[in-house]
Design a binder for this molecule. Structure first.
Ligand SMILES: *Cc1c(COP(=O)(O)O)cnc(C)c1O
Length: 399
């Protein structure tokens, strides 16, 4: 066993259970381990690497900014933040953006905005604001966010949790209407549930939810941290149904595969509830992040990454669907966000992910029965085809 693996196990908290490979280099959709072995990255750091590893334009933006100024905090202006936010606002059609770092911080920001909007605009009585979330959601790991999770392991041992959250089944708009009360300020939803195992709601669900939210004066918060920025074949997964959420949360790929950059977008009617000092983050919107976020969004457009996701996603899906094997229960997804559901009586997700690794494909199981396939959107057709052929071989070995 690699001494690196042993030392990480000794000195790093065991809050993850990594696959046994030590990666030392990445380029585009490929990564290499310490022995020089090549792997196709079908994991993309949970979609943070949609632009591929070390995209030249991202590295250039990073280096250019790094050679001038990295961080001064939001106590001062820099000459890059306005450019980044203007570009993001115009691209997605919002008045303002609030920059943060991790996805969880972006979600917390959206929740705080919704509550403050509820008290100051909707006039919900003090401390009575309610937010509705979905079963099997994944919005991050802070105490508030795991408090609105239905996943036992995410919650166990971390209570007590903040009040004011309720939960409804995902994909059920009738349940949303039933759950809304006069004190409901927001409904938070992932357009496709990623960590839950690539779960797609019925067609028209988001549109229906958006209508219900509008009718009842409830804010729709779309968590597009994983589904956004081209991953599902549109700029946003909400675009598939022509829905414009009141609060849009972006993260992961917004950092171009090099930095944590998240962003909450909203119109002035919501964003203006925040006054100086109400909310912040030392690194939120720092110059390096602004330069990289701007480059990440520009590349998304210039390289038509959403269109690539559609075409390559269909190619990958077609290849996967040509495999017939008793362990395969379902293959589903949109664009390059694909889940393979397996029968755990035949092979466990973890064991299958290890087989993928042995055959040169990086992936990870989620909830024991789903293997995710979400390569960088810049992946070539040839690598998609190589992945399909490899996956065929892998299943041929599964008894
Ligand atoms: C990854 C993810 C988050 C959390 O992002 P972090 O950067 O890990 O805090 C939130 N929501 C969704 C949908 C995610 O996939």
């Amino acid at each position: 066993m690699s001494t690196v693996i042993e030392r990480e196990a000794q000195f790093c908290a065991h809050n993850y259970h990594p696959l046994p490979v030590v990666l030392v280099k990445g380029e585009g959709a490929l990564v290499w381990d310490e022995n020089g072995r090549e792997y196709i990255d079908m994991m993309s750091a949970y979609s943070a690497v949609s632009h591929g590893h070390r995209h030249p334009k991202i590295i250039k933006a990073l280096e250019t900014q790094l050679s001038r100024l990295a961080i001064v905090s939001r106590s001062y202006y820099t000459d890059v933040l306005a450019d980044f936010l203007q570009y993001a606002c115009e691209l997605f059609g919002y008045d303002k953006g609030l920059p943060m770092n991790t996805g969880a911080e972006g979600v917390e920001t959206a929740l705080k905005l919704a509550r403050k909007w509820g008290y100051t605009v909707k006039k919900v009585p003090a401390d009575k604001a309610e937010i509705i979330a979905c079963h099997n959601n994944f919005h991050g790991r802070t105490i508030t966010i795991v408090g609105m999770s239905s996943e036992k392991q995410y919650r166990d041992g971390f209570g007590p949790f903040p009040a004011g959250f309720s939960m409804i089944p995902f994909g059920d708009s009738a349940a949303l209407e039933k759950a809304i009360t006069p004190n409901t300020v927001a409904f938070i939803v992932e357009p496709i549930q990623g960590e839950a195992g690539i779960i797609l709601p019925p067609a028209g669900y988001l549109k229906k939810c958006a209508e219900l939210c509008k009718r009842h004066n409830v804010l729709l918060i779309a968590d597009e941290i994983q589904t956004g920025l081209g991953r599902t074949g549109k700029r946003l997964a909400c675009d598939h149904e022509g829905v414009k959420p009141d609060l849009l949360v972006l993260g992961k790929a917004l950092g171009g595969g090099v930095l944590p950059v998240s962003l909450v977008l909203a119109d002035d009617a919501i964003m203006s509830v925040l006054k100086p000092g109400d909310h912040g983050s030392t690194f939120g919107g720092y110059a390096l992040a602004a330069a990289v976020g701007m480059a990440a969004l520009k590349i998304l457009e210039e390289e038509k990454l959403a269109e690539r996701a559609t075409v390559l996603g269909e190619r990958l899906m077609k290849g996967l669907k040509s495999i017939s094997h008793p362990a395969l229960r379902d293959i589903r997804g949109k664009g390059l966000m694909i889940g393979i559901e397996i029968n755990p009586d035949i092979i466990h997700g973890r064991a299958l992910a290890e087989k993928f690794l042995q055959h040169g494909i990086l992936t990870k199981e989620t909830h024991r029965v789903v293997i995710r396939l979400a390569p960088p959107l810049v992946i070539s057709e040839a690598l998609i085809d190589r992945a399909i052929e490899t996956i065929k071989k892998i299943f041929a070995e599964v008894q």
